[in-house]
Design a protein around this ligand. Structure first.
Ligand SMILES: [Mn+2]
Length: 303
């Protein structure tokens, strides 16, 4: 496995609550570097990117803080692109989920250049497929998937070398349980592959993950975009946008272990951790615990 490169992006520029800007430090305090090194991995932590302050303003044309969102995403795009170019496995420590745009646009351009097939697992309570026309809030952390698929303002849809950065069939969304009305129609039109909680309840997390991971091959670059609000708020209170009815501890572990079993994860975002809502950094410690599983830690020895 290649060396892991941690990239901190301390901002809440696209969020509806302040505090995700403290996410990178909370993950470090919870021991993310040590945990990965204990797993035998080489880890470099390049510290944090910098970008504009959050002006905390109302939306303009349906977007909050668009120029600042663009600036942060450019910084993330460049850092992730550079990491992949240097054969590092980038782990983005967010920050809110608007940064998934820059991160995945970089991964998509890298994959195009190297003839790799890209598959994205989007672990989230929300579909993040809003547009300025249908968004109830203007918060851009609800829009990155639409922007990646080419729906959004040119400043965002053209953040990388290609527009659209990805095709809808390259993304699998897991854990979805809160979708806005207009967004519902749009994800249906775009034929997004969504494993929502209803479906997971019906067929079980194991089968849902088997389906989501079914067409991986040796040439696949698997990107995981892990929004901490994917998890049930009972175990993960430290997010701004909790939605009840998410995966519990064991289900979340199984998701991570099944991803690890593929041996194809080549980039990762950990986003929306919000220490201002957390209880003594408990959610950050859980995120680190799950990331260890993503990188192959399991309870029992398995062959
Ligand atoms: Mn999200």
């Amino acid at each position: 496995m290649s060396m892991i490169r941690l990239i901190g992006a301390p901002t809440d520029i696209g969020a509806g609550h302040r505090g995700a800007s403290m996410g990178p430090e909370a993950l470090r305090v919870a021991g993310i570097v040590e945990a990965l090194r204990d797993r035998g991995m080489a880890v470099e932590d390049l510290g944090n990117l910098s970008g504009p302050m959050n002006p905390w303003k109302p939306p303009v044309n349906g977007y909050r803080h668009l120029p600042q969102v663009v600036e942060w995403n450019r910084a993330v795009y460049n850092a992730v692109r550079e990491a992949l170019g240097e054969a590092r496995l980038p782990v983005l420590l967010g920050g809110d989920h608007c940064l998934g745009l820059g991160s995945i646009a970089a991964v998509a351009d890298h994959c195009r250049l190297h003839g790799k097939k890209l598959l994205i697992l989007w672990l989230d309570a929300h579909a993040d497929f809003n547009t300025n026309q249908i968004t109830p809030s203007g918060n851009v952390h609800g829009m990155p998937v639409a922007c990646l698929c080419g729906i959004g303002p040119p400043e965002l849809t053209q953040i990388g070398d290609h527009c659209p950065a990805i095709q809808p069939e390259q993304i699998r969304q897991i854990g979805i349980r809160s979708v806005d009305a207009g967004e519902k129609r749009l994800v249906h039109e775009m034929k997004l592959d969504i494993y929502d909680m209803r479906y997971i309840d019906e067929i079980g997390i194991k089968r849902a993950m088997e389906e989501a991971l079914s067409d991986l091959d040796d040439n696949t670059h698997l990107h995981v975009s892990f929004d901490v609000d994917f998890l049930d708020p009972e175990i993960a209170p430290g997010v701004g946008t909790t939605v009840p009815g998410g995966p519990n501890y064991r289900e979340a572990q199984l998701v991570m272990e099944m991803i690890a079993d593929t041996n194809r994860m080549a980039s990762l975002d950990i986003v929306e951790l919000n220490p201002a809502y957390d209880d003594h950094n408990r959610t950050a410690r859980l995120a680190v615990d799950l990331v260890e599983s993503l990188f192959g830690k399991s309870t029992l020895m398995r062959l």
